[in-house]
Design a binder for this molecule. Structure first.
Ligand code: GLN
Length: 538
């Protein structure tokens, strides 16, 4: 069988959840025995989102192979349970960079380098790259942005060309639109969808399937109307109603026959019925919790849900596995002081201090660590959160009041967190952190070892600073133990306090690897400890 390609575009407005529709379709096809992968093409000029503020673009997701990517790749991994890679996220910046580098090398000698064909050829090369590897039956490509945006035009043009270059049965175009409900008229309106599809067709792309995001069910009449005006069969207009959980969407899409329509167009024979038992079990536990727990999420980007996407999802997975509803309470780190901490963190069964960069809110993070340590509240610190455990301990237990990370105070007399050796002398900011998966050895008898149930793990990183090993002995003697190390370099990856019900800080990002079907052990054990804490309190 040839590799099959699905292209997903969006219209009317952004934030319709194209990533979730793409991931849901991928999940359904995977559950029917096909080898599926997803990739995202983003129309911005940054090479990757690594240098973007989370308030601009949400969380930056990191792959095993050390690429900083769009947060939709997190959804792809969580739904499919298979890792993505550097090939899975392409930006306009990457496309132009490749073409311009080639131009300087002389690859186009004598020719004028143009959007068509040079840019579109490079886009098409990347769109079909994973398909040519032979590893996948189906490659789903999500095009970021909205049809009609000036900046996404070369991507749409590349899809138009592929529509004719690929055999008809190897190409499916899905267009996601909004059918708004007008409260005053008590009516669903199809005009925005008609306009959006017209725009797509003017660009030469004909959608095979139109998925309509809607708050109310689409009547047969509405479906027929969309079909008539948009030039597709009525059965190819499907509804995507607001769902109670993003993880319910694959099941909703199956009920609407999205996967059946795709399989029919692809002329795939011998396909299986979807096997989604594990997924349904997860949803069942998520929907019917037996207990609940309150967790504080301490960070500086808490006003935007997407900034901590993977952490929030990891709580959902861990909570479901323990049939526990996890109420996550965002706490803005800069509001926490020794005076406000008791009020802001009162009643919390667990505290998570989030990753981050720069000095804003750092003192608040340190106070949150202190509050958790002194009050025996289950605690997980991630990346910057782990580094602040070390600073807090140095200040308040070792008695070095000026202890700090050199990220914020380069001239401190006690640099307990310091720039990694390989980072010294680096000038460029983009893509130069310690990124991607590294192995970590867990100490015998440690909390970390108990949590993971193994002595060697692999987790993903994104940082420049590290625990300064000069202080390791002193810290350990006073009760903060380094319990995980990189086997090659000896870098400290995990710290923990054994004389505490549950206190652990990790230099890596466990949240990137949590999925509904494989909740992350660190999150599961944090929730489990938090539930215990709640019972003790009562
Ligand atoms: N700013 C810290 C560092 O670069 C932590 C990074 C993070 O939390 N991802 O080491």
């Amino acid at each position: 069988m040839n590799t099959k390609y699905i292209f997903i575009t969006g219209g009317v407005v952004s934030s319709l959840g194209k990533g979730i529709i793409a991931a849901s379709l991928a999940k359904l096809l995977q559950s029917r025995g096909l080898r599926v992968t997803i990739q995202k093409f983003d129309p911005y000029i940054n090479i990757d989102p690594g240098t973007l503020n989370p308030y601009e673009h949400g969380e930056c997701f990191v792959t095993d192979d050390g690429t900083e990517t769009d947060l939709d790749l997190g959804h792809y991994e969580r739904f499919l349970g298979v890792p993505t890679s550097r090939a899975s996220n392409v930006t306009t910046g990457k496309i132009y960079y490749t073409v311009i580098t080639r131009e300087r090398e002389g690859a186009y000698l004598g020719k004028t380098v143009q959007i068509i064909p040079h840019i579109t050829d490079e886009i098409k090369r990347r769109m079909t790259l994973l398909g040519k590897s032979g590893d996948y039956d189906v490659v789903i490509t999500e095009i970021g942005g909205t049809v009609g945006d000036m900046e996404s035009q070369p991507f749409i043009e590349a899809v138009r060309q592929l529509q004719w270059e690929l055999p008809e049965e190897d190409f499916v175009s899905v267009h996601l639109t909004l059918v708004p409900f007008l409260n005053a008229a008590k009516e669903l309106k199809t005009k925005p969808t008609q306009h959006s599809v017209q725009m797509l067709q003017q660009a030469g792309v004909h959608p095979d399937i139109i998925v309509c995001r809607t708050e109310h069910p689409l009547s047969e009449d509405i479906r027929r109307k969309v079909a008539l005006f948009c030039n597709v069969k009525p059965g190819h207009v499907i509804q995507s109603l607001d769902a109670w959980s993003i993880y319910q969407v694959p099941l909703n899409m199956h009920e609407e026959h999205l996967d059946d329509l795709v399989i029919r167009k692809f002329q795939i024979e011998n396909f299986e019925q979807p096997r989604l038992d594990g997924w349904r079990r997860f949803l069942d536990r998520l929907q019917n919790p037996r207990q609940e727990t309150d967790i504080a999420l301490v960070g500086k980007y808490v006003a935007l849900q997407d900034a901590y996407k993977s952490i929030l999802e990891a709580f959902v997975h861990a909570g479901a596995s323990l049939e526990t509803k996890v109420n996550v309470h965002p706490v803005l780190s800069e509001t926490i002081t020794s005076e406000t901490a008791p009020e802001l963190l009162k009643g919390m069964d667990g505290i998570l201090v989030a990753p981050g960069f720069g000095s804003r809110g750092l003192e608040g993070k340190i106070e949150a660590v202190r509050y958790a340590r002194e009050h025996g509240i289950p605690f997980l610190g991630i990346c910057l959160g782990m580094q602040m455990c070390v600073v807090e301990f140095a200040r308040n237990i070792l008695g070095y009041p000026d202890a700090d990370s050199t990220e914020v105070r380069p001239d401190t007399a006690h640099p307990v967190i310091d720039l990694m050796e390989e980072q010294k002398g680096l000038k460029e900011k983009g893509g130069t952190m310690r990124l991607g998966a590294y192995e970590c050895e867990l100490k015998e008898g440690s909390l970390a070892r108990r949590i993971y149930g193994t002595d060697r793990i692999s987790e993903r990183h994104r940082h420049r600073y590290e625990f300064n090993p000069v202080y390791a002995g002193e810290m350990e003697e006073a009760g903060l133990r380094a319990s995980g190390h990189n086997p090659g370099t000896g870098l400290v990856e995990i710290v923990e306090i054994q004389a505490h019900p549950f206190f652990i800080g990790v230099q890596f990002h466990p949240e990137y690897k949590s999925t509904p079907e494989r909740p992350h052990p660190l999150f599961v054990s944090l929730i489990s400890a938090a539930v215990g804490q709640r019972k003790n309190r009562k």
